[in-house]
Write a protein that binds this ligand. Structure first.
Ligand SMILES: [Zn+2]
Length: 236
């Protein structure tokens, strides 16, 4: 009698596990989750590309400003060159013009590199956008079917949950706590009937020592398996 209720609890809880497992194995669930994860990854990539594009646009406007500035200085210099009569002065200006021209060429080269990078970012963006759009379409298509099976499972779980709660009222707290801890540890079928004939744990098949066997003598006795932690008991 002592173990009747926890065994009933365990049986109903296994129904719950079966419901959840069949949901996770469902193709609709798998396809939906798979596409949803891919969509999340695509969105993250889009965010990264946007950041890169923004950074590039910042440096592009910086180039524009610098280039304009140098061009202006060049124009000013060229306009005074015609008025130069002194050869030394002319040479000085020519040097200055050459320096400015070099800076301008270097800037244009950098800007060209950025332009190539910009084109690369643009191509990447178009590619990921297409992927994102396709995935959104797929997810949207599957969503109603997914919602349907999700709702079915939700109802089933609710019903089983109510039964579990009702049973739990009559189970010793200690048993429920041990059951939940063992389940977390993936030791389902946490409560295992002890068979004095076989002298081993029917959960993990470990042969039991004299110490453990000493705790399992009469009806209603129970103890933890030293190997797997499952509860071994003798029915009363
Ligand atoms: Zn065991």
């Amino acid at each position: 009698m002592k173990f009747d209720k926890i065994l009933e609890y365990q049986k109903v809880d296994m129904e719950m596990t079966a419901i959840e497992q069949s949901f996770f194995k469902n193709d609709v669930y798998k396809t939906f989750t798979n596409n949803q994860n891919k969509l999340k990854a695509a969105a993250a990539k889009m965010e990264k590309i946007t950041q890169e594009a923004w950074e590039l646009s910042q440096s592009a406007s910086k180039y524009k400003e610098k280039t304009e500035n140098i061009s202006k200085q060049l124009d000013e210099l060229l306009s005074v060159v015609d008025e130069i009569e002194d050869l030394a002065e002319a040479e000085h200006y020519i040097k200055l013009i050459n320096t400015l021209s070099d800076s301008l060429a270097a800037l244009e080269k950098d800007a060209e590199k950025d332009k190539a990078q910009g084109a690369k970012i643009n191509a990447e963006w178009n590619e990921i956008l297409k992927i994102g759009q396709d995935l959104t379409k797929t997810v949207k298509q599957i969503k109603p079917e997914y919602d349907k099976i999700y709702e079915e499972v939700r109802k089933q779980r609710e019903e089983v949950e109510a039964r579990l709660k009702a049973i739990a009222k009559d189970v010793e707290n200690e048993f429920i706590e041990k059951y939940i801890a063992l389940k977390k540890d993936r030791k389902t079928r946490a409560f295992v009937k002890f068979d004095p004939e076989v002298r081993m744990c029917c959960g993990c098949n470990m042969e039991l020592s004299g110490d453990t066997l000493a705790k399992l003598k009469k009806q209603g006795d129970w103890t933890e398996c030293p190997n797997c932690g499952r509860i071994l008991f003798i029915e009363d």
